[in-house]
Design a protein around this ligand. Structure first.
Ligand SMILES: [Zn+2]
Length: 251
């Protein structure tokens, strides 16, 4: 319905790097109206998106005005706990729906499988000689299945409540976002990492992405919709943003 107002966008991006106060900053000049500053996970890279017509010295002035903010956020990335690579060995801790479980690797010659045991352990049945890659593959597949089960119920519930529906829902491994929504295609992607988070956080991301089907931008209206459906969303957002993956694009 917005077709009439849409003008063709120039999709070219001019990329450059500048150094200010010891910070390496990537500057992207695009067909946009406002300046955007993002600190990107996992290591706090700094990216500024600027309107094409803006000259470099104005971009510099903007960055300099934001230096205290930049410094604070880049440092917070340094302090943030990093997840160590998993080895899939017994005794290793794994988060699942907000709780930590200890992995219990059990030798098994049949098709590998994983079950939650007594709400304490993740029992991982796998061949004795399975290498790290094989174990990782089985584990990720299990996480994906568990997240899919969870999402099925959550999407059913919220699509009905909100009166919207996505055409396609996919689980993806993403580095910088918990979820994305392609508004035109009504396609929602949910980050596989979310299976490690409490169910209310998964629910918050789903409602956020479904809200985009009503309101494209993160504006006042968007927040009002979120307030109506999920009043504590700001708490969930805080919880997610304080953890390892920080989605700079998530409100
Ligand atoms: Zn959003």
């Amino acid at each position: 319905m917005f077709k009439f107002f849409k003008k063709k966008r120039d999709k070219t991006v001019i990329k450059s790097e500048i150094i200010i106060s010891g910070f390496n900053i990537t500057v992207l000049k695009k067909d946009i109206k406002n300046l955007h500053l993002n600190i990107l996970p996992p290591d706090g890279k700094i990216r500024v998106s600027a309107p094409k017509r803006m000259d470099d010295s104005s971009v510099r002035v903007f960055i300099i005005s934001k230096l205290p903010w930049i410094e604070k956020h880049v440092n917070s990335f340094k302090e943030r706990p990093r997840e160590t690579p998993k080895e899939y060995v017994s005794g290793e801790g794994h988060y699942f729906k907000g709780e930590i479980y200890l992995l219990n690797v059990i030798e098994y010659s049949g098709k590998p499988y994983i079950i939650i045991n007594n709400n304490k352990n993740i029992d991982f049945y796998v061949k004795k000689n399975a290498d790290l890659e094989e174990k990782k593959k089985v584990f990720l597949r299990w996480q994906r299945e568990e997240l899919a089960k969870e999402l099925f119920g959550i999407f059913n519930k919220w699509q009905e409540i909100m009166g919207v529906s996505a055409n396609e829902i996919r689980i993806k491994r993403m580095k910088t976002k918990w979820g994305t929504c392609n508004i035109k295609a009504k396609r929602i992607w949910i980050n596989l990492e979310l299976i490690k988070k409490p169910v209310y956080c998964i629910e918050y991301i789903v409602v956020h992405e479904l809200t985009h089907l009503i309101e494209i931008n993160h504006n006042k209206r968007f927040k009002e919709i979120m307030d109506k459906f999920i009043p504590l969303w700001r708490n969930y957002k805080k919880e997610l943003n304080g953890s390892i993956l920080q989605g700079s694009k998530i409100l």
